[in-house]
Each structure stands twice: as structure tokens, then as C-alpha cells.
Design a protein around this ligand. Structure first.
Ligand code: ZN
Ligand code: ZN
Length: 156
């Protein structure tokens, strides 16, 4: 159910002085990765599946070109689910601690959706769109200055 806006909707949230490459890891530290370029967009997804797998109110997802993402240690496992859209989603996670690292549509292998909470420097996280807000937790109030969509934003 995760959806990311097209690159036309990328926003200038990333400071030009952002410290690239970024690094991140899974909860146990076995899997370490590197991000070599700014995110194409950052989204908060409030769908129930994201609430479940993050064990939180919403997931934080950053779009990346796959070439800008490198696993530097450890190895990921993968399981595949089918989104409501019918798209397949490969879910990559650490086999030791279970922490989800990224999602990828196997039909679009040039693009990944990184789970931003796994970054070491969380200062770079700044979602500019909230999606699936019709399923959001009632106690969470959306910020005024971000786009939001009750489900997936319209295709662009
Ligand atoms: Zn781990
Ligand atoms: Zn979601």
C-alpha cells in the first residue's frame, strides 16, 4: 500500500549541506547500509499495514534510486506481498532482528523505498506528504504545512 510521489513532487527539504553518504542499520546492527544521494521524496504512510510493521502510528519512507543505495555489511532476507493496487512489493528485512529496511516493487527494480527510521542521522527525516490518512490514528494531528491524501495520491 505504500506509495511515493513521482520525482516531480520532490521537495527541497534536504539541505545542500546534508552529510552524504548517509548511513543506517537494522535494530541489531548486522545490516548496515549507505545512501549516496538525496531522497526523491519522503512520505509518512498511515495505512494499517504500515502501522503494524512499524509498530507505530505511521511509517516514514524515502524514495531512492536503487543505484544510490548500498548494503555495506550483513545480508537481507525478503518476503513478497501484494498491495491493494495489485503491485508486488518485496519487503527486505534483517533475518536476525527482523527490522524492515526497505521495500521494492520487483517490476521497478531501479527504485527503492527506504524505511527512514533506520537511518543513523534522523535529522534528515522530513516527510512532506502524509498518505492513507483515512486510516491514521485519531490522536495524531497532521501538520498544517504538508500535503495529505486520504488514500494514495492520484497518479501523476
Ligand atoms: Zn538486525
Ligand atoms: Zn502504508
Amino acid at each position: 500500500m505504500l506509495f511515493l510521489p513521482s520525482v516531480t513532487e520532490k521537495v527541497p527539504t534536504m539541505s545542500s549541506s546534508a552529510p552524504y553518504p548517509l548511513t543506517g542499520s537494522c535494530n541489531c546492527g548486522d545490516v548496515v547500509y549507505q545512501v549516496n544521494a538525496p531522497f526523491l521524496g519522503q512520505v509518512a504512510c498511515h495505512c494499517r499495514q504500515c502501522q503494524q510493521h512499524t509498530q507505530s502510528a505511521f511509517s516514514l519512507v524515502g524514495g531512492l534510486n536503487a543505484r544510490d543505495f548500498v548494503i555495506v555489511s550483513g545480508a537481507l532476507s525478503c518476503w513478497t506481498k501484494t498491495a491493494d493496487s495489485g503491485n508486488r512489493i518485496d519487503c527486505y528485512f534483517c533475518p536476525r532482528c527482523g527490522n524492515r529496511i526497505y521495500h521494492q516493487n520487483p517490476d521497478n527494480p531501479d527504485h527503492i523505498r527506504l524505511k527512514l527510521g533506520t537511518l543513523h542521522n534522523t535529522d534528515v527525516i522530513n516527510p512532506t506528504m502524509h498518505i492513507w490518512t483515512e486510516q491514521k490514528q485519531a490522536w495524531y494531528t497532521l501538520p498544517d504545512d504538508v500535503a495529505s491524501h486520504p488514500r494514495q495520491p492520484p497518479a501523476q
